[in-house]
Ligand binder design. Structure first.
Ligand SMILES: Cc1cc2nc3c(=O)[nH]c(=O)nc-3n(C[C@H](O)[C@H](O)[C@H](O)COP(=O)(O)O)c2cc1C
Length: 219
C-alpha cells in the first residue's frame, strides 16, 4: 500500500516535471535600451496636428528610429516637469498607474520615463496578440497600456477600472497628436486579444490591460 502511494507520488512528480518542460519557455530578459534624450521642442503647431489627427490601420514595417521612439514615448507619458515628476498626460488622483509596454519584433520592454530607457520584460514577438485585428502585426511598434492597481490603493476596484481606462485613453490621444506631427500612423484599439496577450506579457492579476496602440509609418 505504502509502496503504491510512493509510486503514485513519484509518477505525479515526473508528470509535473514533464508538463513544466512542455510549458512555454519563461521570459528571457533582453538588454535595456537607453533612449536618446527626447526632443521636447518644435514639432507641428498644435492646431495643425489636430487637423491631421486620424486613425491609420496600414503600416510600413520600417522600424522607428530611436530618436522618434524616444520622442513618441515622451509625448505619450514622459516627464515634462522634472522637478515634480509631472507627466505629459494627466492621471486620476496623480496615481500615474499606467505603464507603457513596448512591443517590437524582438521583445516587449517597459518604458521607464525617469531613466528614459526601455527596460527588458519578455523576449519574442507578441505584436500579433495585441489585438484580434490582424493588421497590428505589421506595425513596427505596438504600445500596450497596462495599469497597476498597486499604485491606486485608495480607489475601489470600479474606480481603478474606470480611471485606468480614462488615463490610458488620454495617453492614446497624446500618441495620436505626436503621430500626426511626426508623419506616423496610429490607432487606439479596444479590440485587444484579452485571452492571448496577458500570458504573453506575464500580466499579474493586479494589473489591468486597457488598450493597445500600434504606431508606424503609414503605407
Ligand atoms: C476607446 C477606443 C477604442 C477603439 N478601438 C478600436 C478598435 O478596436 N479597432 C479599430 O479599428 N479602431 C478602434 N478605435 C478607433 C476608432 O474606430 C476611430 O477613432 C473612429 O473610427 C474615428 O476615426 P478617426 O480616429 O480616424 O477619426 C477606437 C477608438 C477609441 C477611442
Amino acid at each position: 500500500m505504502v509502496g503504491r502511494t510512493i509510486l503514485r507520488a513519484g509518477l505525479a512528480a515526473a508528470l509535473t516535471s514533464a508538463l513544466l518542460l512542455l510549458a512555454p519557455a519563461p521570459a528571457v530578459a533582453q538588454e535595456t535600451i537607453k533612449l536618446p534624450a527626447p526632443e521636447t521642442k518644435g514639432g507641428m503647431p498644435l492646431m495643425d496636428a489636430l487637423t491631421l489627427r486620424k486613425s491609420t490601420r496600414l503600416y510600413d514595417d520600417r522600424a522607428l528610429p530611436p530618436q522618434v521612439l524616444s520622442n513618441l514615448l515622451w509625448a505619450a507619458f514622459g516627464i515634462n516637469r522634472p522637478e515634480s515628476g509631472g507627466r505629459t498626460a494627466p492621471s486620476a488622483r496623480g496615481a500615474n498607474e499606467i505603464d507603457i509596454y513596448v512591443a517590437t519584433p524582438d521583445a516587449v520592454r517597459i518604458y521607464d520615463p525617469k531613466a528614459n530607457e526601455l527596460r527588458p520584460h519578455v523576449s519574442g514577438d507578441v505584436r500579433a496578440k495585441t489585438s484580434v485585428l490582424p493588421f497590428v502585426r505589421n506595425a513596427p511598434v505596438v504600445l500596450i497600456y497596462v495599469a497597476d492597481r498597486v499604485r491606486m490603493p485608495k480607489q475601489s476596484e470600479e474606480e481603478q477600472n474606470q480611471n485606468a481606462i480614462a488615463d490610458a485613453a488620454i495617453i492614446g490621444q497624446n500618441v495620436y497628436l505626436f503621430a500626426a506631427s511626426a508623419g506616423l500612423g496610429t490607432v487606439i484599439l479596444g479590440s485587444v486579444d484579452r485571452k492571448a496577450l496577458p500570458p504573453a506579457i506575464n500580466l499579474r492579476t493586479d494589473q489591468i490591460l486597457t488598450y493597445t496602440q500600434p504606431v508606424g509609418y503609414p503605407k
